[in-house]
Design a protein around this ligand. Structure first.
Ligand SMILES: Nc1ncnc2c1ncn2[C@@H]1O[C@H](COP(=O)(O)OP(=O)(O)OP(=O)(O)O)[C@@H](O)[C@H]1O
Ligand SMILES: [Mg+2]
Length: 1105
């Protein structure tokens, strides 16, 4: 095929394909019709096993759902799961109970046809769980009705009540439904649940009086004892301990770990209120439950004539109170039988065995009739309150059938056990006899028997359970198997019918299917006159001594030639060994079952003695009086036998089911040990067989493995053909034709119907699926690439748009800011110009800004350019208006600097400055060499103490020397230069020659000091002429003339007495004789005695002046 070739084109493709196939190998196919080898039971079971291993408990056979009990919570029934399966096509999602639920519901709503979900399977396979999940699905997902929303709660709450009264722990299931149940849920035209109705079938009432080892009575007994309040138990005369009641001890397992009776009781009590039970009704109902327990404890003793007498008065007392009957009447009814002979009533006493039988019959009748009443009561509560409204006419009904399976085929399974298992069991002790013990030498397989879970030798023998595969079956099991036979017939009929209808609708030729039609067995059981039930009824009704054995003989007479019937007498030599004399065997469609005729007549008659009925009819318990109606007594017509009643109700059920669109859930139990993860192949093969699943598959696969609507098929596979991809414009049917041509389907591989394509072989579909898988990969890559490209382009465009947006916004902001700035600048300039023009005008709004600006600018500028120190004379030029202020500021600034400076200078420096200031005062601008002296610091003294002779110091005494400097003295006459020291003391100027004080001039005698204006360093100290001690004025020369004279003037306080002379200085050269010094500027210093007798001083010219 073309697509195959392309699928295998590259290694990458091969890997993808194979991995898809591996997955299919691992989890199997979701629909059995896709099994290549659909006739092989082994392939069927292998598919189940694979899926079960992966916790995939659901698989389809076309529209039929096969479910395997996982015995563990798989978390697959949550609200999310419900949502996942709502409104989707059946085949789009993995198989699930909710898919069935949703499909059924949608069909109900859209086609407005009644639907029925038939859930079948053996005990413990999960039927009741499935029913509950379905109800839960509808309760949670359907719209609430406009009125009477409580119906949803009632529907849900009817379950725990029915389970309490109708379910019990059995060896196979801790919550086994001991009755068949069919429940109708009514939906209004909007799809909301508005009502319901329940039909119950054949309650296993024998359980009330007897339970097999390891089993329990109905839950309600244990729940009441465990959970009932003290006060209530006291009223009912009950004790908490179940061991006190003979009807509860037979199974020897009142306590079960998986059951919590106490909490279940609470649920039941609450549920009873929800489903409209009044407190009185609850009390009456519980009185009946208690009375059954008390009945079980009624004991008899034989009197001298072997007639039974009640020995348990207390129990009798409780019974009369609880059932509201006369004590004496009840006592009599339990120990006597009323016979009407020739119009006369006779009381015949009962022996012990008969009394016990009567007691148990009463208990069973009371319980089973109460159960029937309970169902009726629930139905009244579920009945739509709106039945009269016009919308009621448009309601549709969804039926849920939870019916017992062939739980009686255990012996078939034991085929895998060693033959000893079947042959070496102990003889059956009968249902009411004490249990025998397993002898120590019992066959060893009993220890490990995987089916019957028998205990080791020495423990109590699990009577009935082993009985199931060792001993023939009873009347009830006969009824149940008949029911299953009927339902199987219906199942095959409906499946075949719907298949045929589909083929017809699609215009495809029907290909006959080989399947086993079990009509022959149904007829064997139910046919008028010749059927087993008819023969049984006849035997029950005929006068004379009819017994179970006469019934068997009748059977042998009537149907001896039937191929599905066998008895010991009719069997051949070999088969005869496996058949007892009181047994008959039916070849059911699912296998052979042997029945013991013991009890058939009795159970079929189900008669209560007349006086017992009369007693119960007089009951004051309202429920009992409804259960035992007086009309029963007057009705001369014999009531229908149990088998006939059952047959009728079954026929009625079949009619109900036929009138509805069916859906099927086939439940399978994976093992008998109720263990998760265990897949018992023998057990499963057996169920696959008796559930008729292979038959079902064969019918479904009649011709074609797969069919789909054209739209769905095209939608799924259109990518495999270039002409149909990505969209097909024409009719879907034409598209599919093009597609399959492109895929290379051979004509025998498929057929085109009116609305669907039919594919004959799974392999064709798988090949298409595989090709799709490969195609999906490449499509996914393309889509990914395109998506990535698109995604990144979108991202890029988004970023670009954002960038442009930000840019334009920013540019706008900048532009606006700039414009605002410009505007502001223009306004400012305009204001400045205007202000400038009017700057001389008095302050007005026009020039205020300018004036302020000028001022501010000046002040700001001034702040930045303040003089750095006192010598810095710079100062910004102020605007005219601030002239005065500027001057004040300048002054302030200067003062501030001076103040700061003054604060920072040392006393020595202060003195220096003071002296310099004095020097400046004296000489500045007056003497040529003054400028040179300015940068040179005045030294405190130019001669150290060591340079002055100690003798001089001694001569000065205490007078300190303030200043000393070497000088040159010029004689007054010859002007000879002599080296001397000039010392200043606080009182005088002292001229010293080496160690001798040559002259001392007290300051008081110092009249002045003369100095030339030139750059020479000569000076004359003028002394008072009258001072005799003095030789005259002193002519001296100092290299530091400015410093020496300043200090001398300061010491002698003669600052104002320094004369700076131009040209010449006259000095007193001695008494009556004056000397003259002439100063002339020249190129270099020259001091000579001039010819005129004057001292001539040539002072060099300096640039400073
Ligand atoms: N889908 C499921 N998921 C988990 N556990 C389940 C499921 N179905 C059944 N079970 C378990 O199996 C037990 C038996 O199931 P259920 O009572 O529904 O069996 P049944 O077919 O109604 O048997 P019977 O014929 O005896 O009434 C349940 O109590 C529950 O523990
Ligand atoms: Mg059940």
């Amino acid at each position: 095929m073309r697509y195959r070739a392309s699928a295998l084109g590259s290694d990458g493709v091969r890997v993808t394909m194979e991995s898809a196939l591996t997955a299919r190998d691992r989890v199997g196919v979701q629909d059995f019709v896709l099994l290549e080898n659909f006739t092989s039971e082994a392939a069927f079971i292998e598919n189940l096993r694979r899926r079960f291993r992966e916790n995939l408990i659901y698989t389809y056979i076309g529209p039929v759902l096969v479910s395997v009990n996982p015995y563990r919570d798989l978390q697959i029934y949550s609200r999310q799961h419900m949502e996942r399966y709502r409104g989707v096509s059946f085949y789009e999602v993995p198989p699930h109970l909710f898919a069935v639920a949703d499909t059924v519901y949608r069909a109900l709503r859209t086609e407005r046809r009644d639907q029925a979900v038939m859930i079948s399977g053996e005990s413990g396979a999960g039927k009741t769980e499935a029913t509950k999940r379905l109800l839960q699905f509808y309760a949670e997902t359907c719209p609430a009705p406009e009125r009477g929303g409580a119906v949803r709660d009632r529907l849900l709450q009817s379950n725990p009540v029915l389970e309490a009264f109708g379910n019990a722990k059995t060896l196979r299931n801790d919550n086994s439904s001991r009755f068949g149940k069919y429940m109708d849920v009514q939906f209004d035209f909007k799809g909301a649940p508005v009502g319901g109705h329940i039909l119950s079938y054949l309650l296993e009432k024998s359980r009330v009086v007897h339970q097999n080892h390891g089993e329990r009575n109905f839950h309600v007994f244990y729940q009441l004892l465990e959970g009932g309040e003290e006060e209530m138990l006291r009223r009912l005369g009950l004790e908490r301990n179940p061991q006190s009641y003979l009807y509860l001890v037979k199974g020897q397992c009142a306590k079960v770990s998986s059951i919590n009776d106490k909490s279940d009781w609470k649920v039941v009590r609450k549920a009873l209120t929800v489903i409209d039970f009044t407190e009185d009704e609850i009390e009456d109902l519980l009185s009946i439950v208690a009375s059954v327990l008390h009945l079980g404890n009624i004991h008899f003793a034989a009197d001298e004539e072997s007639n039974a007498q009640v020995t348990t008065e207390n129990q009798l007392k409780y019974l009369t109170r609880l059932l509201g009957v006369e004590g004496s009447t009840l006592r009599e009814a339990l120990t006597h039988r009323k016979i009407i002979a020739k119009g006369e009533e006779l009381l015949s006493p009962l022996n012990l065995e008969q009394a016990a039988y009567v007691r148990d019959a009463l208990a069973k009748a009371v319980y089973s009739r109460t159960f029937t009443w309970l169902v009726r009561k629930i139905n009244r509560s579920l009945a739509s309150k709106d039945a009269e409204s016009p919308s009621w006419r448009s309601t549709t009904v969804l039926g849920l059938l939870d019916i017992y399976g062939f739980e009686v085929f255990q012996h078939n399974r034991s085929a895998s056990l060693p033959p000893v298992c079947l042959s070496s069991h102990l003889p059956c002790p009968g249902p009411h006899l004490p249990l025998p013990r397993v002898p120590d030498n019992a066959p060893s397989h009993l220890e490990s028997c995987s089916v019957c879970l028998s205990p080791a030798p020495g423990s109590v023998y699990p009577l009935n359970y082993c009985g199931l595969f060792c001993f023939p079956h009873s009347f009830e099991q006969f009824c149940i198997n008949y029911c299953n036979e009927k339902l199987q017939q219906l199942f095959i009929e409906l499946t075949l019918k719907s298949e045929q209808e589909e083929y017809e609708a699609e215009g495809i030729a029907w290909e006959p299917v080989q399947y086993f039609n079990n009509k022959i067995i149904c007829d064997l059981v139910e046919e008028k006159f010749k059927g087993i039930i008819s023969i049984l009824d006849e035997e029950c009704l005929r006068p004379g001594e009819a017994t179970d054995l006469t019934f068997l003989e009748k059977l042998e007479d009537t149907i001896k030639h039937h191929p599905h019937f066998l008895t010991h007498k009719l069997a051949d030599q070999r088969t005869r060994k496996s058949l007892g004399r009181g047994e008959f065997r039916l070849l059911h469609y699912a296998g052979e079952v042997t029945y013991s005729v013991t009890g058939f007549l009795d159970k079929n008659n189900d008669l209560l003695f007349r006086n017992l009925k009369e007693t119960m009819c007089s009951s004051e318990n309202p429920i009992m009086s409804q259960c035992f109606d007086r009309s029963e007594l007057s009705d001369k017509k014999r009531p229908e036998t149990v088998a006939t009643q059952f047959k009728m109700s079954l026929l009625q059920l079949v009619e109900i089911l036929k009138s509805k669109e069916p859906a099927y859930v086939r439940c399978i139990k994976p093992n008998d040990a109720k263990q998760p993860g265990r897949f018992d192949e023998v057990l499963i093969r057996h169920q696959v067989k008796y559930l008729g699943l292979m038959e079902n598959l064969r019918v479904r696969r009649a011709g074609f493995a797969y069919r789909r609507k054209y739209e769905a098929f095209l939608q799924r596979y259109k990518s495999l053909c270039p002409e149909t991809w990505p969209t097909w414009k024409g009719r879907p049917q034409d598209g599919v034709a093009v597609l399959v041509r492109h895929l290379g389907y051979k004509p025998e591989e498929y057929k085109m119907g009116r609305t669907k394509i039919f594919i004959r072989f799974p392999k064709t579909l798988f090949a298409t699926e595989d090709a799709l898988e490969v195609r999906r990969q490449s499509l996914a890559t393309k889509i990914q690439a395109a998506w990535r490209g698109f995604h990144w382009r979108q991202k890029f465009l988004r970023v670009k748009r954002s960038a442009i947006c930000i840019q334009s916004w920013w540019r706008g902001t900048l532009g606006r800011r700039k414009a605002a700035k410009r505007k502001w600048a223009a306004q400012t300039i305009r204001r400045l110009i205007r202000g400038f023009i009017l700057r001389h005008a008095p302050r007005c709004p026009e020039n205020a800004f300018f004036l302020d600006h000028v001022r501010t600018s000046f002040l700001l500028n001034l702040r930045r350019h303040l003089p750095r120190n006192i010598l810095d004379t710079s100062w910004p030029t102020p605007p005219p208006a601030l002239h005065e202020a500027s001057e004040l500021l300048r002054e302030l600034c200067m003062k501030n600097m001076v103040w700061k400076y003054c604060r920072s200078i040392s006393p020595e420096w202060k003195q220096q400055l003071q002296q310099k200031a004095v020097a400046s005062e004296i000489f500045k601008g007056k003497k040529d060499n003054y400028p040179q002296s300015v940068p040179r610091l005045f030294i405190s003294t130019r001669l150290g103490a060591d340079e002055i002779s100690p003798k001089v110091l001694q001569a000065l005494g205490s007078e300190p020397i303030q200043y000393a400097v070497p000088v040159v003295k010029y004689d007054r006459k010859g002007y000879k230069a002599r080296s001397r020291q000039l010392l200043l003391t606080p009182n005088a100027v002292v001229i010293v020659e080496d160690a001798k004080v040559k002259q001392r001039i007290d300051y008081t005698n110092l009249t002045g000091i003369s100095v030339s204006s030139l750059s020479d360093s000569l000076f004359v100290l003028h002394v008072q002429r009258e001072d005799n001690k003095q030789k005259g004025d002193v002519v001296l020369q100092s290299d530091h003339v400015i410093e020496t004279l300043t200090k001398t003037a300061l010491s002698a306080d003669r600052v104002n007495n320094i004369n700076i002379n131009q040209g010449s200085i006259t000095f007193a050269g001695g008494p009556g004789r004056d000397g003259i010094i002439d100063f002339t500027p020249g190129s270099e210093l020259l001091i000579t005695k001039a010819k005129n007798g004057h001292l001539a001083v040539v002072a060099p010219r300096l640039n400073s002046r």
